[in-house]
Every structure is written in structure tokens, then in C-alpha cells.
Design a protein around this ligand. Structure first.
Ligand code: GLP
Length: 241
């Protein structure tokens, strides 16, 4: 695990964007694992800036999102499908046919989970996975107590996560109760991982992930077993180390 501590969120965004841009230049058809939430937004905006300047192209890049809410109305602005479209597909000029999110409105949700695993495997697997971290140490929506070997599946969201994410919805009760998320076992198969975290609110989760025991109580701690993971933090997120 390589830990990079930078002065502020802007530095986290440019450092991580440069890493992604470098990998896209090395492997133009790379499979990029994408996270939603606010943590990687600085990275995505910096990538959009580099793309607008003509410094990087994502024409052949294939993307798989980590997770999606279950049961939101189609094209709900907080659905991760729409967040991905807004923050990545459009500004980075990705081919929409190359961008996938789990299908949270599928009639057969278990089948949708299996289909997602099959699509990931058929792509050849994730070359670079971008992750955020929840205040409770979750990655994707793998909440504390998630099986360390888990695969893409339906999960109930914890009360804390529903509260953390209420800011994206008009009313607290609009936050879905369930989601589809890649499992911890699925995420660990990525060949390279970069986790970004900013702000004091993430300090305790970051410290548990990096310095605590590997435990399902802090799902991100499993990354200690990953051979090629970089954790990019601003000083506030690193303050518990
Ligand atoms: C969200 C997402 C995760 C994200 C994490 C942190 O709910 N499911 O993929 O990394 O929780 O969110 P944020 O970056 O908004 O703090």
C-alpha cells in the first residue's frame, strides 16, 4: 500500500487525474473502474480539463461503475447511472456503449448482479479501479460486516450511509434502502487501485483502513492485501494517521 499525502483536495484531484491519464495513454482500451460520490469529483473534473485541452483521449476506455441504488425511478438525478453520465461520459467524451453501471431497476435483480460479474469478466477485468471511502470504511457500498470474498450483489444500506447520502436527495426518506454493489472480492481483482479521500470526516476511516487490522468492520482495510494500491489523501483525511 502506497500512501500519498498532499496539501489539499485540489492536489489530490490533479495527482489522481495524472495517474489515470497516464494509464489511459499506456493502455488506450483500458478498463477503468469508476466510483461515484463526492471524493473523486476533483479527479474527474481535472480529467475533463485535460481532455478539453486535448492532452488525453478516452475514446477506447471502457468503464464499469462500482455500484447503483436499487429502485430509483429511471433517470433520477441521484442515480449513479446519471452521475456517471454527467461527471464522466459527457465531459470525458467516453463512448456511452463502453460505460456500464449495475442495473438497479432490473426486474430480476439477482440476475442483474450475475450479468454484471459476467460483463466484468468478459472485459478482461479492471485495469485501474478508482475508489472513495465511506465514513464507516465502506468501499463501493460494501458496508461493515461485508464478506471479504463477496461478489456483486444486493445489499441493504446502513443507516449511516443513508444519512451521509441524504444530501443528494430532496428528502431523507427518498434515499433508497438497497443497492447493487461490486463485492470486495470483485474489487480486489482490479490490477491496480487508487483510493482518494479528502477532509477530516474521513480521517478515522482512513486510519482504520491503513493502520488498523484487516477486518470486515472496515471493508477498506482489505486493501492492505492488494499488491498495487495507492491511497491519495489531503492533509485533513490523513490527520488520523
Ligand atoms: C458512496 C459510494 C461510494 C463512495 C463513498 C464515499 O455512497 N457508494 O462509492 O466512495 O460512499 O462517498 P463520498 O465520496 O461522497 O464521501
Amino acid at each position: 500500500m502506497e500512501v500519498v499525502i498532499l496539501a489539499d483536495p485540489a492536489a489530490v484531484g490533479s495527482h489522481t487525474a495524472e495517474l489515470v491519464a497516464r494509464r489511459a495513454a499506456e493502455t488506450p482500451d483500458m478498463v477503468l473502474g469508476i466510483a461515484t460520490g463526492s471524493s473523486p469529483l476533483g479527479t474527474y473534473r481535472e480529467l475533463a480539463r485535460l481532455h478539453a485541452q486535448g492532452d488525453v483521449t478516452f475514446d477506447g476506455v471502457r468503464c464499469f461503475a462500482l455500484d447503483e441504488y436499487v429502485g430509483l425511478p429511471e433517470r433520477h438525478p441521484a442515480s449513479y447511472a446519471l452521475v456517471v453520465e454527467r461527471e464522466l461520459t459527457t465531459p470525458l467524451g467516453l463512448d456511452p456503449a463502453n460505460v456500464r453501471t449495475p442495473d438497479g431497476s432490473a426486474a430480476d435483480i439477482q440476475q442483474a448482479c450475475l450479468d454484471y460479474e459476467h460483463a466484468l469478466a468478459a472485459s478482461g477485468g479492471v485495469d485501474l479501479q478508482i475508489l472513495g471511502i465511506g465514513t464507516n470504511g465502506h468501499i463501493g457500498f460494501n458496508e461493515p460486516t461485508s464478506s471479504l470474498a463477496s461478489r456483486t450483489r444486493v445489499k441493504a444500506l446502513s443507516q449511516q450511509t443513508r444519512m451521509d447520502n441524504a444530501r443528494f436527495f430532496a428528502k431523507g426518506e427518498d434515499v433508497p434502502t438497497h443497492c447493487i454493489t461490486q463485492g470486495l472480492g470483485t474489487i480486489m481483482e482490479a490490477r491496480e487501485i487508487v483510493l482518494v479521500a479528502q477532509g477530516e470526516a474521513k480521517a478515522a476511516a482512513v486510519a482504520a483502513a491503513i493502520e488498523g487490522p484487516v477486518s470486515s468492520m472496515c471493508p477498506a482495510s482489505l486493501l492492505q492485501f492488494h499488491p498495487r494500491t495507492r491511497i491519495v489523501l489531503d492533509e485533513a483525511a490523513a490527520s488520523g494517521l
